[in-house]
Design a protein around this ligand. Structure first.
Ligand code: GDP
Ligand code: ZN
Length: 445
């Protein structure tokens, strides 16, 4: 007969498939009796016990280490039980089924981390960093995620919120006591304080922008006329044959995508169909897709044939590019002209895709155009969601500054700025936001 245990969750925490060790994690408010039933004994907290796990009839399912972490000193803040058994899918599933029989239910994706958040063990930015650490595609991204997990980002946000609260107390006091007025705010240097907060927020935005780039990367399109060497360049950058290269113009009819990591920054590069006038229907569809890709890109590489320079066709392509889209002009095939490799002008580099010449200069330019300022030991990982909140806080602080003389408006804008910042750490967050964030985790986290 299953026990009644209020909302105890269980999941296999290790990756699917075979492995030396497999871990099952269980979290619930009170796991004492659950543990007794599963192990036939109790456990010393945070002590590795060699144990046998048995089914209903007392048959051994597997054996291995059992550890208990009584709440609140556990990852989730509840009682947590960790079973380290043999890492085979069948044996782990038998053990998991036994846990369900004993009254636990299958954990949803991210549910352990969500409980850690709800029990105040982690704030929201830290909880997101758990997922970002697991998903990290480069060492730089992993290190930054760990910094966010350790609270580097959150503490900057909290410091800003503290300063805002201080300022708000001043402003609210002015509202509460009508005899106080703008002179009172002046005397307390409210304006100077507001300026300091805005400056600090700009710095946080700059770091968050770098952190977002590390996590999400930038979208790059390779465009140009047929046969200038777009597919060859894509292959040279990727270091393997991903796009089809031929000398028949119009070969790349569809877009080919590749994820490159340059100095740890993910770049989503799209090779496109050559842009030219054509009657071929299939090729025309490819060209339409190219323009669609251009519309979504963060930056474009316009590939040119060094022997011809910028032709009227290239000029026409340039004119059709969205305003504000950074464009790097890449003069290819310098092996045929004998030109010097590397960077020539701010937005120009000379390479040979075929011979792999000038590619380092090209990569550096790419990172620069993507907004990458180089890895340092202070970058923490961030998401578009965080940048959005920071930008909204900025807008409210701008409005606060503009409304400075109208104290009621000032107070309101400061309150809204604080709310926006609180969304980052989840000090103030809607349930549906939590749903979106945690559903993207893997199970067992
Ligand atoms: P795309 O149509 O722009 O994708 O061009 P491809 O990459 O398919 O290349 C067209 C032709 O130009 C192929 O024959 C390539 O081998 C050749 N090609 C590409 N890059 C270079 C280069 O740097 N030097 C030389 N000599 N030939 C190149
Ligand atoms: Zn091509």
């Amino acid at each position: 007969m299953p026990l009644y245990i209020p909302d105890t969750i269980a999941a296999i925490a290790t990756a699917p498939g075979r492995g030396g060790v497999g871990v099952i994690r269980i979290s619930g408010k009170a796991l004492g009796e659950f543990t007794e039933r599963l192990l036939g004994r109790s456990l010393t907290p945070r002590y590795a016990h060699f144990t046998r796990w048995r089914d209903e009839r007392g048959q051994v399912l597997d054996e291995g280490l059992s550890l208990s972490f009584p709440g609140p000193n556990s990852f989730t803040g509840e009682d947590v039980l960790e079973l380290q058994g043999h890492g085979g899918p069948v044996v782990l599933n038998m053990l998991l089924r036994r846990c369900i029989e004993l009254g636990a239910r299958h954990a949803e994706p991210g549910e352990f981390t969500k409980r850690a958040f709800l029990n105040g063990k982690l704030d929201l930015a830290q909880a997101e960093a758990v997922a970002d650490l697991i998903d990290a595609q480069s060492e730089a991204a992993a290190k930054s995620a760990l910094r966010s997990l350790d609270g580097a980002f959150s503490s900057e946000v909290n410091a800003l919120v503290d300063q805002l609260i201080n300022l708000r107390m001043l402003v609210e006091a002015t509202l509460d006591f009508p005899e106080e007025d703008i002179d009172f705010l002046e005397a307390a240097n409210a304006r100077g304080k507001l300026g300091g907060i805005r400056e600090q927020l700009l710095k946080v935005l700059a770091t968050a922008t770098q952190g977002r780039l590390l996590r999400e990367g930038a979208h790059v399109v390779l465009i140009g006329q047929p046969n200038v060497g777009k597919s060859s360049l894509m292959n040279a950058l990727a270091g393997e044959d991903v796009a089809i290269v031929t000398d028949i113009a119009g070969t790349t009819r569809d877009t080919v995508r590749e994820l490159l990591s340059i100095n740890g920054v993910p770049l989503h590069v799209i090779d496109t169909a050559g842009l030219r006038e054509t009657d071929d229907l299939v090729e025309r569809i490819g060209i339409e897709r190219t323009w669609a890709a251009v519309g979504k890109a963060d930056l474009a590489l316009l590939l040119l044939d060094s022997r011809e320079g910028i032709t009227s066709h290239d000029q026409a392509i340039l004119e059709r590019l969205p305003v504000g889209l950074p464009v790097l002009r890449v003069f290819n095939k310098i092996d045929l002209t004998g030109e010097q490799a590397g960077t020539v002008a701010e937005d120009e580099v000379h390479v040979s895709a075929k011979q792999g010449i000038g590619l380092d200069a090209l990569k550096n330019k790419l990172l620069e155009l993507a907004g990458w300022q180089g890895m340092d030991d202070n970058i923490w990982i961030a998401r578009e969601r965080h940048l959005d909140a920071i930008r909204r806080a900025q807008e409210h602080l701008d409005l606060a500054d503009a409304a400075y003389q109208q104290i009621e408006l000032l107070a309101e804008e400061l309150r809204l700025a604080q709310n926006a910042l609180n969304e980052i750490t989840g000090a103030f967050s809607a349930d549906d936001l939590l749903g979106v964030i945690f559903s993207r985790f893997c199970i067992g986290k």
